[in-house]
Design a protein around this ligand. Structure first.
Ligand SMILES: [Zn+2]
Length: 207
């Protein structure tokens, strides 16, 4: 099991300080997370850096059960580490896609995604971003969410993604280069993180 280490300065008084940004849940993505955090600079969210994360999801027969358990344990441990204090839990991931730079944003609260969309449009990055509502097994709200957004199931336990506080938002950034990525990847991730924090804080959109 990975140990969670907090490499960040203490939380500030503003919305960024009410946010915990988790990097390295999947260990191969830690270098990318480090590069994004560096780009965020001083005044960014509190960072929870996982130095020895788990492997990315494995869905092959014989592997998926253990992978699913590893994900469940990781996220329950994260929840315990973070506690109910912060308003927002940002979970940063990346995957390689040489054909396009973009991202999927996952949240169990479809209304939050509704509020996020116009902000992404104003920043000029909405076309590259897919908003995905997380749904649970046998979720009564699934069809309503699917009417407005793409939907996805997750191995993350509902204790995490459906919690009222902190609100869970996952980012899967499609980076254009392997490993840590390139500056354009980090910039897009930083723009998304800022947009999500501002949406959560109810800040007015930039004009
Ligand atoms: Zn990942």
């Amino acid at each position: 099991m990975a140990r969670v280490a907090n490499a960040a300065p203490p939380a500030g008084r503003d919305a960024a300080g009410d946010t915990v940004l988790v990097i390295g849940v999947h260990r191969a993505e830690l270098a990318f997370g480090d590069a994004v955090v560096e780009r965020l600079g001083i005044g960014g969210p509190r960072v929870l850096r996982i130095p020895a994360g788990i492997a990315a999801p494995r869905t092959a027969p014989g592997e998926s059960f253990r992978s699913r358990i590893a994900h469940r344990e990781m996220y329950l441990q994260l929840r315990q580490e973070i506690g109910p204090g912060p308003r927002l839990l940002l979970d940063l991931h990346c995957a390689l896609d040489e054909s396009r730079r973009g991202a999927d944003i996952f949240c169990g609260d479809a209304a939050f995604l509704d509020r996020l969309r116009p902000r992404l449009e104003r920043v000029g990055i909405a076309a590259d971003i897919r908003l995905v509502a997380i749904t649970g097994d046998g979720d009564a709200g699934e069809s309503a969410r699917a009417a407005r957004h793409d939907t996805a199931h997750t191995w993350i336990p509902p204790d995490v993604w459906a919690a009222e506080r902190p609100r869970y938002v996952g980012i899967e950034l499609y980076q254009s280069a392997e490993g840590a990525g390139v500056p354009g990847d980090w910039t897009l991730a930083a723009q998304l993180i800022a947009a999500i924090i501002d949406t959560d804080a109810g800040r007015p959109s930039p004009t």
